[in-house]
Design a protein around this ligand. Sequence first.
Ligand code: 6GU
Length: 239
Amino acid sequence: MKVDIISIFPDYFAPLDLSLIGKARTTGTLNLSVHDLRTWTHDVHRTVDDSPYGGGPGMVMRPEPWGQALDAVGSPGATLVVPSPVGKPFTQAGAHELAGLDHLVFACGRYEGIDQRVIDEAADRMPVREVSLGDYVLFGGEVAVIVILEAITRLLPGVLGNADSLTEESHAAGLLEAPVYTKPVSWRDREVPDVLRSGDHGRIARWRRDQSMLRTLTRRPDMWADYPPENLDKKDRKA
Ligand code: 6GU
């Protein structure tokens, strides 16, 4: 997958050299480039912002550098992703959709946002997704892009060793994952649940399923309400 990130703070993306994203870049699974928006300014101060029409606080990102940047890094098959608190909520399903595309361009806004005409004009030429991480406000899109890219990269073929870790994880199944334990069996007077040491794979699966349902019901009543009833078997109902 090809990914281009455009930002006025390219240094924000140094962590993308690390860990599994770094490895995906080294192996060629992820072809990632970070671009400084100021590359596409032409005044001595390399200005990217100006005051908002209509008044109000803060500054707005000017359209000209963005237009040139998107012209330069775009491709016929590219999808533009704009992280923004006014975007559609980013979900695991959204991560799967983006992971299936060939070329993503991320536009990181700062200040009060990017001049709306940039997004509208881009939408005439390419698919555009405005996505939000949740109901809170960040300084800009940079950290959001790292989050979104991490969610996508782990879905790319060959990035995770064990394919089960994708199918059994939280959100993939519409339920939260059960708690996990490792050695030692007793730690600060707390024991690993006996069932997990029983070797009875049927009972372990039943226990995990019950814990998943209980966690989802108590922590995420919204997710539980959306859980398809046909996915509940007889033993789930009894539980
Ligand atoms: Cl994706 N971007 C910004 N700037 N703020 C946010 C956000 C995204 N999601 C929640 N708040």
